[in-house]
Ligand binder design. Structure first.
Ligand SMILES: [Zn+2]
Ligand SMILES: [Zn+2]
Length: 137
């Protein structure tokens, strides 16, 4: 039994929903995710793109990561909430942000990635796997 994952931005212009189970959940502490989130890390909830129904049109800002792969981070042009990201390397998935969900308690991260760029004020739980340089270690 998978729970529906439902969310959107602060003003309601963007809504998204999937009944697929998340493929992965992780916190990314890379500098690009820090800037996009305005915080110590981005919450990354990975779902199969084909299953996601989106209402509204996110604006996307593209960055190219250390490995030369583009990430497009989508946000609401009205209220600015970061809601979803697309990865060039993985075209079949969509990333949703945990706090954009109507029920953020669904988010259970298993990993912290790019912990080498985490700051001293960014406390991490001991329970997650730590990958200092990204998803491959
Ligand atoms: Zn909005
Ligand atoms: Zn990142």
């Amino acid at each position: 039994m998978s729970q529906n994952i439902v969310g959107g931005c602060a003003c309601g212009a963007i809504r998204c929903e999937t009944d697929a189970a998340p493929v992965a959940m992780l916190n990314c502490h890379c500098r690009d995710c820090q800037r996009a989130s305005g915080s110590g890390y981005a919450t990354i909830l990975v779902v199969p793109k084909a299953t996601v129904r989106i209402r509204g049109e996110p604006r996307y800002y593209k960055t190219v990561g250390n490995a030369g792969r583009a990430v497009e981070r989508g946000f609401c042009a009205v209220c600015g909430s970061p809601v979803m990201s697309k990865l060039e390397r993985l075209p079949d998935i969509l990333v949703l942000t945990a706090a954009s969900l109507d029920d953020p308690s669904l988010y259970k991260p298993a990993m912290d990635t790019f912990t080498n760029s985490a700051w001293h004020w960014d406390a991490m739980t001991a329970e997650t796997k730590k990958l200092p340089k990204g998803t491959t270690g």
